[in-house]
Design a protein around this ligand. Sequence first.
Ligand code: 5GP
Ligand code: MN
Length: 347
Amino acid sequence: MEDVFSSPKVLALRDEVLAASHVAITAHRSPDGDAVGSALALRHLLSGLGVKSTVVLPDAYAAFLHWMPGHEQVVLHEQEPVRSEHIIQNSEVVFCLDFNALSRAGHMAGILEAACASATLVVMVDHHQEPETFADLMCSDPRAGSTAELVFRLMCAWGEEQRMTQEMASCLYCGLITDTGSFRFPSVTPATHRMAASLLATGMDHSRVHSLVYDTNRLDQVQLTAYALSQKLQVFAPHRTAVISLSLEELERFNAQKGDTEGLVNRALSIEGVNLAVFVKEDVGRVKMSFRSRGSFSVRDVAAEHFHGGGHHNAAGGACEGESLGEVLSRLESLIPEWSHRLQYDD
Ligand code: 5GP
Ligand code: MN
């Protein structure tokens, strides 16, 4: 497969960006470490190039990402819709990071769709499978473990590696570790580690980044995790599947904040013999789902087919509107035996 970043269009993009009076950078709703890290890293790169830019995200992100340099300047569409729209409309270039379909931008989808239809140059940089071709320039590589790696490759394609700062490196490192399970997932390659080496060479404190991301839990959050694992974990052993669900009432009981349940689904997948883990969370007006699998079972396919979702082969998500938590759970439970024969592998 050809490297998308070797295309002459990617080189030409550098000139377009340098000529722009303002650039906007956005990412998917409920932004994760890769979305926020990639967006802020790109902003640091652009500011090194003397280009003004603003990161505009659909909604808030977890407190364990607030340490990132540039966080204070992020504009949230859910809090400032008029200002957000104004920024997008007044940017000559708009970067869409870490999502493969406009619907993943939540309430910003309409604004971005309008940008795509206008003279604005819309650039997508993403690593999800089967992207919709909404952008003018598509920098999509589903083999990459994170969008952070693609922002790094964009920087290298532009010949701007020397612009890497500790600030930018720590944002990219956060994206890298959160989307690769700290270098564990099959998507990790020698190139991933070479990139990590470049980031560490700036003198960036990688150990501090791990602590800030993984060791800053609130007591409530740890107790919610303990409750979910001890009271709400169901293991369907013959089907090699584990399910955790939490209702709004349970989340409120533990004063749950954005990001508090991140990682729960991985705990379910860590059980020996389990090849599929599902976390089902009640939200206001919808039920959100996280899927993780080991091996050949594609959670992206089942999330897309049954739960209005998508993602990657071994990590995907979905959301159901107009269905109660109980309804989603019973639908899931009736599907699990159908998947059973595809989950009977050992690896
Ligand atoms: P998580 O379970 O961590 O929220 O998401 C896992 C993966 O699935 C991420 O790559 C994320 O982008 C994708 N994903 C999560 N929720 C959705 C969704 O509602 N729709 C789609 N298409 N992808 C999702
Ligand atoms: Mn990502």
